[in-house]
Ligand binder design. Structure first.
Ligand code: MN
Length: 518
């Protein structure tokens, strides 16, 4: 089948906006930039980079992405408020291709309870917002939240009005994840039929509360939608968004049933994108997740293996190579020099200056002493560790743990705080608990560990272990990571990173109430 332009499904990635918005997935500006670079390699059409009015940090991240990333359209989210739209316009100004995405609501439940507007006021204000957005860019998207619980005739009226006012993409969000596929497809077909402005692109934004986000998005494509809003690994508010990798691979594998639809995504970058986002957010991908889960291409049962050996097609509808899952990505070792490392990092898409390269190279050498081979993922972990951005107020100097079946786990820890060094010891039910207790005691800040997960970053007994933690300090919950070949040390580092992040955020945070969005 040929790639007819009218059948192209535009891939709008909102990992950095809706994905980042979910509790615990917060990324700093360096992390966001790494993800944005990878999204450009993945060749998504549009990157929704953030919600600039939400905080100065969000503004800065969107602006930095607009300055740095080439290829995809850079999009910023804005409510109907003038300030929102002006701030969004300013943040995306440096991008060669830019979009403002403004949103309101379509359902009476939302209009009455949240927006406190009548239907008529909503149309008037939406039209004004779109017109204002058009003064910053010709590419304007409009969304009415909660379409699956809205009056269809009113939606048609609203979308006709904003399309006439200059909106070029009309997004139909199932904000609360309520729709089922045939119903949602019908809604999209209805709006495609009723909106009269030529040339507008219909888009969908589905949430996964009932596990139907991908199914609903595909039903929408069958009904004429030509943009899907999605996130890597399906992250996002609550149960998440439509998963990019699932939607893209479904379209690729079953375009025969989807009217010849296609996307411009470079699927060979899917696996790398999934791993990067998982690492940056600390959200582990479930093993049996479609496309990117560890088991997605593992054929373990005897019958399957037999079939696979005879003919790959027996049980495989896609091949792992399609998503960039190659055999081994073994790259570098002890004898690799600084130049080889820097060339390889550049090939992976990391743009490091000399100073950053020095730090990464030193860490790489340390790692080579501990393990035989260094994989791409090890290198990503190193870069990510350097990208903490947060000043290291407390650092780990020395750590000693004793544990075993016949003694009480005991930890001795020495921490540095500027010029001062503090040492203390404590017991615990396990070595990790003992260490966290000592850290609390020395720093005088008590954290409550809410979530702890350990993952081997690469293969083998000498793999780097990465610990992700979520720690609560009164009303502040902080997510942080630490990696080491020693998992207890990785836990200590993660916990200290969380503390440093908390101290940093406490000083710099501008509290902004984030309402539920799109
Ligand atoms: Mn959403």
């Amino acid at each position: 089948m040929s790639n007819d332009k009218k059948n192209q499904v535009v891939i709008f990635d909102t990992t950095l906006r809706d994905g980042e918005q979910c509790p615990g997935a917060t990324m700093n500006i360096h992390e966001k930039l790494e993800v944005a670079k990878q999204l450009a390699r993945l060749n998504v059409d549009i990157i929704e980079a953030g919600f600039p009015i939400a905080s100065p940090g969000d503004f800065e991240a969107v602006q930095k992405i607009a300055q740095t990333i080439t290829g995809p359209v850079i999009c910023a989210l804005a409510r109907l408020k003038e300030m929102d739209i002006e701030t969004a316009g300013k943040a995306i100004a440096p991008a060669a291709r830019r979009r403002i995405h403004t949103f309101s609501s379509g359902s009476d439940i939302h209009l009455r309870n949240m927006m406190k507007m009548t239907r008529e006021e909503n149309i008037k204000r939406s039209v004004a917002a779109v017109k204002l957005a058009r003064t910053f860019t010709d590419d304007v998207e409009y969304s009415a939240q909660d379409t699956s619980r809205s009056d269809r005739n009113y939606l048609a009226e609203l979308y006709n009005a904003v399309a006439e006012a200059g909106a070029t993409t009309l997004n139909i969000p199932d904000t609360v994840g309520y729709a089922v596929p045939d119903e949602f497809g019908e809604l999209v077909a209805f709006l495609v039929d009723r909106v009269k402005t030529p040339g507008v692109v219909f888009s969908v934004h589905c949430h996964n509360d009932l596990g139907l986000a991908v199914a609903n998005s595909l039903a929408a494509v069958q009904a004429g939608a030509r943009q899907i809003e999605c996130t890597i690994n399906g992250i996002g508010e609550r149960a998440g968004n439509c998963s990019l990798e699932e939607a893209v691979m479904a379209i690729r594998t079953r375009r025969d049933r989807l009217g010849g639809a296609w996307t411009g995504v470079n699927t060979k970058e899917i696996m790398r994108s999934s791993r990067l986002v998982s690492r940056m957010t600390g959200f582990v991908v479930q093993r049996n997740k479609a496309i990117v889960g560890a088991n997605a291409f593992a054929h373990e049962s005897g019958i399957h293996q037999d079939g696979m050996l005879k003919d790959r097609e027996t049980y495989e509808i896609m091949v792992p190579e399609d998503i960039g899952l190659a055999g081994t990505d073994l790259v570098l070792g002890k004898h690799s020099g600084r130049h080889a490392l820097s060339t390889h990092m550049a090939k992976m898409g990391f743009d490091l200056n000399d100073q950053e390269m020095d730090v990464v190279y030193a860490r790489f050498k340390e790692l080579c002493d501990k393990k035989k081979v260094v994989y791409d993922d090890d290198l990503i972990a190193i870069v990510q560790e350097q990208a903490q951005e947060v000043p290291q107020v407390w650092t780990l100097e020395v750590m000693q743990v004793t544990t075993g079946t016949n003694n009480v786990p005991t930890a001795t820890v020495r921490l540095r705080h500027g010029e001062d060094v503090f040492t203390d010891a404590a017991c615990g039910d396990g070595p990790v608990e003992a260490i966290l207790k000592v850290i609390d005691r020395i720093t005088g800040v008590e954290g409550k560990l809410e979530d702890f997960s350990l993952q081997a970053i690469t293969k083998g007994e000498d793999a780097l272990g990465e610990v992700s933690v979520r720690v609560r300090y009164q009303d502040d919950a902080v997510q942080a990571k630490g990696s080491s070949t020693d998992i207890v040390q990785a836990a200590a580092k993660a916990y200290l990173n969380a503390l440093n992040r908390h101290l940093f955020l406490n000083n710099h945070r501008q509290k902004v109430a984030k309402t539920q969005t799109v």
